[in-house]
Design a protein around this ligand. Sequence first.
Ligand code: CS2
Length: 494
Amino acid sequence: MHPSLPRLSLSTTGLNTAPTAPSPGIVHLGLGNFHRAHQAVYTDAAIKSRGGDWGITGVSNRSSAVVDAMKAQDMLYTVVEISPEGQRFSVPRVHVEAFVGARDLERVPQAIAAASTKIVSLTVTEHGYTYSPTSGGLNLAAASVQHDLTTGNNPCTPVGQIVRGLQRRMNTHGSPITVLSCDNLANNGHHTQLLVNEFVSHLPAVESSELTQWINANATFPSSMVDRIVPATTDSYREAVAAAVGYTDTIPVPAEPFTMWVLEDNFAAGRPSWEAGGAIFSTEVAKYEQLKVRLLNGTHSLIAYLGALSGAATIPEAVAVDYIESAARSVLQNEYLPSVCVPVGVNVTDYEEQLFSRWRNTALGHKTSQVGSDGSVKLGQRIPRPALELLASGSLPQHLALTVAAYISCISPLAGFDPGPEAATMEDPARQLLTGLAAESGSGRQLARKILGTHHLLGEKLGGQDDFINRTGDLIDIIHRHGPEAAARDALAA
Ligand code: CS2
């Protein structure tokens, strides 16, 4: 690709990049596109405007591609902001170091324990928290969690890495630190704190009680709501950078223009002035998080699964299909909205229209297979609570059942049904388990019962709701026999 162009580096970028690198202050777990188009951009704005030692040490859990490329590019990459009107390019300069956690397990707790580290932040996706969707607590059955509980020095799960890092801090200089979750989990700060506490409670008693006290006195876990649609990088974005800016960048990050970050202002050892990038500090984070995880992410899942089953490769293609837009509006207005407490100042009609306009951003080309991936962990955050509330008030949430039926039809269809190429490329940690259950099932109801009722994929409470399970099963059958549109019409008519 453009062999004649130089590679992105401090000397080739002509963009407005900060003249000096900041000193390190943040360790970030999860060096993927989302972090690099969200927190990193806010941190860049904060440092440019108010300074501070808030350089980021980025830890990629497994993949070496981003780490190697960042090192080859003076820790730089290009953010390509994409709207129907055109593209804007920027190069944040905030990363001071990057490494692959899985290659260097010992180094992660060391970095968290460094006296210069004031914040450890995470974008490790719902899956990375190693919690059980059934109980909400730490997944003690996972081999990785057991490994981290029994071997002190080389933890491999984010929760294990944080606990071992905090333990080293306590045993060395003891200075306070903030643990900041930036993932799409309800009450993400509180949730992370519970998992950390639970992990500590399984350590030998002498270690456990001292560490619990230290964490309670010295670590804070603010919640935050993060929002920006960030697709995966493809060659088309690499080409766009080369053509427009005149250097090659192997790891540009595409992103929509919209971006939002709402945080609780509860930092144990200071924080960057993220307000400079537009971040909002609020006491209503839980409400913003609920609004976003349900209205945006929950509806997004329905669009992705119906879209994939209808042959749409991207979210804008999917939402342009009339019946998918109707189903999306219905789940948003009738099934997610009643379950949220809207933060002061947010107009839900405007919020809904803004969501549809963001989803229609054809230039962004956000893939249905990307949004549909990891449904077994994502849906647990999006569906059970609103579904249980509606069931308790006597109504059957048709479109939440449709979301689950479309998900199951994509990941683990019954014999003889082909969900199509988009569904085939969705990644899911439960795919093997669910495919095995599908092979043993002869009908949608049987399959839904095994997945929801026996395996409690969406938690024990929803697993006890026969009406919901049966309706999900019937919708699976309609999708398999008559297609996703017939199922969506059936849900709308019910
Ligand atoms: C999406 C999110 O993949 C998904 O499940 O719903 O990644 C969504 O694009 C972001 O949360 C937007 O902030």
